[in-house]
Write a protein that binds this ligand. Structure first.
Ligand code: GTP
Ligand code: MG
Length: 250
């Protein structure tokens, strides 16, 4: 989908997450440095962004301050995808068939994460599916798989007083995914998908086999590095941690 854009040679960052979490708002901010109103997305878009001065890309870290290449902004491609449940294949296809993919930002609405809430269930469900897909990709052993994949869980809308802080976003997601991975693997057993399997190598189990509680750190075993950082896009935007994370991937 993004291939037609002609920008494929640039390192790319994939933006995904539930509908309404602020992905297109973030894209507009990253692209233009200013907010603009958005509509719910029905198709993916790719835009070229430049790392702002101040956020130094990893490959520039050891260059001398007088090096003229420091003056050129690091460019990358930001891929925005629709969050609606029926349109998520755009995001998932980019994970299975990536072009120069350097990282994935999972943007969520931290004000829509109360325990027992449908918002939390939906968000955790999408994150579970994304992580499982990445896990499968990283562990299938072909040379096509990258050495490491980084995913940033960006907890957005911190300007709202109902927003959970980053630590609570993390633990809520872990608790919810713990429940989810049990019910999903049971569902597979019930439907007979795993018949004849002794269950020892269940491909659809996220994270550490045999573990009772899911922790995001379990993804490290698959060389998937997960970080959680909060911010907000609209109002008095605070996206510095996210910029820094992007800079570290370029
Ligand atoms: P889909 O395209 O449907 O997947 O949604 P999206 O993730 O692209 O959401 P979008 O960027 O369209 O934003 C949805 C709503 O959230 C808009 O009304 C934004 O103004 C609002 N929004 C985005 N970021 C923030 C934020 O940091 N704080 C607050 N309060 N609202 C935000
Ligand atoms: Mg959108």
């Amino acid at each position: 989908i993004f291939r037609a854009s002609g920008l494929v040679s640039l390192p790319s960052i994939l933006l995904l997450g539930p509908s309404g979490s602020g992905k297109t708002s973030l894209l507009t901010l990253f692209e233009r440095g200013a907010n603009a109103s958005t509509h719910t997305s029905q198709s993916p878009i790719a835009v070229e962004c430049s790392l702002p001065v101040g956020a130094i890309a990893r490959t520039d870290k050891y260059r001398s301050m007088n090096d003229p290449t420091n003056l050129t902004h690091k460019k990358f491609l930001l891929l925005d995808t629709p969050g609606h449940g029926k349109l998520r294949h755009h995001a998932l296809e980019t994970i299975t068939n990536p072009q120069n993919l350097k990282g994935v930002i999972f943007l969520l609405d931290a004000a829509n994460m109360a325990a027992g809430d449908e918002g939390l269930r939906q968000t955790a469900g999408y994150l579970h599916d994304v992580l499982l897909l990445l896990q499968k990709r990283m562990s299938n052993g072909t040379s096509k798989a990258p050495k490491e994949m980084a995913i940033l869980i960006a907890a957005n809308k911190m300007d709202l007083f109902t927003a959970l802080p980053a630590a609570l976003v993390k633990s809520s997601l872990e608790t919810e995914i713990t429940k989810l991975r049990v019910s999903r693997s049971k569902g597979l057993l019930d439907s007979g998908v795993n018949m004849g399997d002794d269950g020892e190598d269940n491909d659809d189990w996220l994270g550490e086999m045999g573990s009772k509680d899911f922790k995001l750190s379990q993804m490290e075993e698959f060389n998937i590095m997960v970080e959680v950082a909060c911010g907000n896009v609209t109002g008095n935007a605070n996206v510095e941690k996210w910029w820094k994370w992007v800079g570290d991937r370029l």
